[in-house]
Design a protein around this ligand. Structure first.
Ligand code: LLP
Length: 449
C-alpha cells in the first residue's frame, strides 16, 4: 500500500517544526526555545501547532479511504484546555470528554454539542443531565445503572438520550497493564455476554433512548495494528447479532484510540496514516462481508495527536555524582509536571536545548526535584549537562499537563502554543499565591497564640 513511505508525526520523537539553529539551540516553529525559557521561565511546556495539524491530516488521509461518513474524535484526556478546544473546532474534529471539567471547557470554547461524546465509567448525575439537556451530545454508556439513570433523566426532561454502548472486546494490546482496557476484567465497559440485556432494555425504552451503535477502546500506547483489526471483527459480529436479534442498526461505530507514539528510538509504532487506513479498510471489509450498512466511523486518538507536539524545558540545578559513579542532573520540575515515568516506568528522550549536538557516553540520569526516589525523568540520557543548562524532554504533549499535580506544593508550569514564529501563552503558570488562595484556616486555628 506504500503507506510505509509516509512518515506520520507519531513516528518521530521531535515535534514537526523542530530544528537546530545556528547557535546549536533547539528551535520550534522558528522560535529559539532558550529565548522562550528566558522569557517565560522553566519548567515550561511547549506545544507545536504544526505537529497537531499534521497528526490530524495523517488521520484524515487514512480515513479518506473509508467510503462512509467518518469523524476524528480527539480524546481530551490527553491534553485539554480552551486553546486546544479551539484547535479542535478549527480542525473540525469531535471531542471525547470524561468529566464535567472537560465537558464545560469544551462548551466554553464553543465545541459543537453534536461533536461531543461523553465517556467515563462513573458518570455523575450532573454530567448525564448536561449531556441529555444538550440533546445532540452522545453518551457512551458504560454500565446498567448509568443507562437506567440516563433513562430516568430523559423521561423527566422529555428528551431522547443518544447512546452508544461501550463493550469489552476481549482484546489486549501489548502495553503497560495500567493502560489496557479491552480485556474482560477491565473496569470499563460491558462484557459481550451481558450485551443482550442492554439491547432489550433499549428497545423497551426507545421513546427515550436512541441507540446509535458501539464503542470499544482496547488500551493505550499500542505499537501494533492487528489488535485494532481484531477488535473491529468483534464489533462487526456484535453489530450483526444486534441487527438480527434486536433489530437495532449500528449507525455509529467508535473504534477508540490507543495508537502509540515514539518516545525513544526503540519505539516503532505504525504511523497515524497507516493506523487510520487499517481501521478504515478493516471496518469497510468487515461490515460489507457481513452484509451490513457501513456505519459512521469514528476514531478516537489522544496521545498520537498531541504527544509529539509537546516538549518540556527544564533548567539543570545541582549536579552530583552517585556511588556507582553515574552523574545525576537535578532539574527544576519532575513528577508533578510529568508523572508518567514514576507511574508507568515510561521512557523519554532528552537533549540539551542550548547545546543540541552535544552527546555523551556517560551514564547520566535526569532527576526531578520532588521528594520521591522514583522521580527520575530519564534514566540513561546520553547527555552531559551542567548547572544552568536547559534540558528539552520530547514527547510530553500527552498525559503530562492532564495528569500533573501540585505535589510538594508546586504550581504547574506555563504552556505556550508555538506556530509560525509566534508563541502564545495557553496555560498561565500557577503561582504559589494561586495555591495558597484555595486554603482556608478554621477560626479556632487562626487565633495566634
Ligand atoms: N478513548 C478512550 C475511551 C480512552 O479511554 C482513551 C484513553 C482514548 C480514547 C485515547 O487513547 P490514546 O489515543 O491517548 O492512547 N495516562 C496514560 C494513558 C491513559 C489512557 C486512557 N484512555 C498514559 O499516560 O500513558
Amino acid at each position: 500500500m506504500g503507506s510505509h513511505l509516509i512518515k506520520s508525526p507519531n513516528t518521530r520523537i521531535w515535534p514537526h517544526s523542530a530544528t537546530i539553529n545556528k547557535l546549536d539551540h533547539l528551535e520550534i516553529a522558528g522560535l529559539d526555545v532558550c529565548d522562550l525559557a528566558k522569557k517565560y521561565g522553566t519548567p515550561l511546556w511547549l506545544m507545536d501547532y504544526a505537529s497537531i495539524f499534521q497528526a490530524n491530516e495523517a488521520c484524515k488521509r487514512g480515513l479518506e479511504h473509508y467510503p462512509g461518513e467518518k469523524t476524528i474524535l480527539y480524546a481530551g484526556k490527553a491534553f485539554l484546555c480552551l486553546a486546544m478546544c479551539k484547535i479542535i473546532n478549527q480542525l473540525d474534529m469531535g471531542l471525547d470528554v470524561v468529566s464535567l471539567g472537560e465537558f464545560k471547557t469544551a462548551l466554553q470554547a464553543n465545541v459543537k454539542t453534536q461533536n461531543i461524546f461523553l465517556h467515563g465509567n462513573n458518570k455523575s448525575l450532573k454530567e448525564l443531565e448536561l449531556a441529555i439537556e444538550l440533546e445532540q451530545c452522545k453518551i457512551v454508556v458504560d454500565n446498567m445503572s448509568e443507562l437506567t439513570l440516563a433513562l430516568s433523566i430523559s423521561k423527566s426532561k422529555q428528551k431522547k438520550a443518544r447512546i452508544l454502548l461501550r463493550i469489552k472486546p476481549g482484546i489486549e494490546p501489548d502495553t503497560h497493564d495500567h493502560i489496557k482496557t479491552g480485556q474482560e476484567t477491565s473496569k470499563f465497559g460491558i462484557g459481550l455476554n451481558e450485551i443482550n440485556e442492554y439491547l432489550s432494555f433499549i428497545n423497551a425504552n426507545d421513546e427515550n433512548l436512541d441507540f446509535l451503535g458501539f464503542h470499544a477502546h482496547i488500551g493505550s500506547q499500542a505499537l501494533e495494528l492487528d489488535v485494532f483489526e481484531d477488535s473491529i471483527k468483534v464489533l462487526g459480529d456484535l453489530s450483526l447479532k444486534t441487527q438480527s436479534v434486536h433489530g437495532l442498526k449500528t449507525r455509529l461505530l467508535d473504534v477508540g484510540g490507543g495508537l502509540g507514539i515514539t518516545y525513544i528510538e526503540q519505539d516503532k509504532p505504525p504511523g497515524l496514516y497507516e493506523w487510520s487506513l487499517t481501521i478504515a479498510r478493516s471496518v469497510q471489509e468487515t461490515y460489507q462481508k457481513l452484509g451490513l450498512d457501513l456505519p459512521h466511523l469514528m476514531i478516537e486518538p489522544g496521545r498520537s495527536i498531541v504527544g509529539t507536539a509537546g516538549v518540556t524545558i527544564y533548567e539543570v540545578g545541582h549536579v552530583k555524582r552517585l556511588a556507582n559513579n553515574s552523574l545525576c542532573l537535578a532539574v527544576d520540575g519532575g513528577m508533578a509536571d510529568n508523572p508518567r515515568p514514576s507511574t508507568y516506568d515510561a521512557k523519554y528522550t532528552a537533549k540539551i536545548a542550548n547545546a543540541m549536538s552535544s552527546e555523551s557516553a556517560e551514564k547520566v540520569s535526569i532527576v526531578g526535584k520532588y521528594c520521591e526516589s522514583g522521580d527520575i525523568i530519564v534514566k540513561d540520557a546520553g547527555i552531559e549537562a551542567g548547572t544552568g543548562d536547559l534540558i528539552a524532554v520530547f514527547g510530553t504533549g500527552a498525559y503530562n499537563y492532564s495528569m500533573s499535580s501540585n505535589y510538594n506544593r508546586t504550581g504547574r508550569p506555563a504552556c505556550l502554543l508555538l506556530k509560525d514564529g509566534q508563541a502564545d501563552l495557553i496555560l498561565e503558570r500557577e503561582t504559589i499565591d494561586d495555591l495558597i488562595r484555595q486554603d482556608r484556616v478554621p477560626a479556632w486555628l487562626a487565633r495566634e497564640r
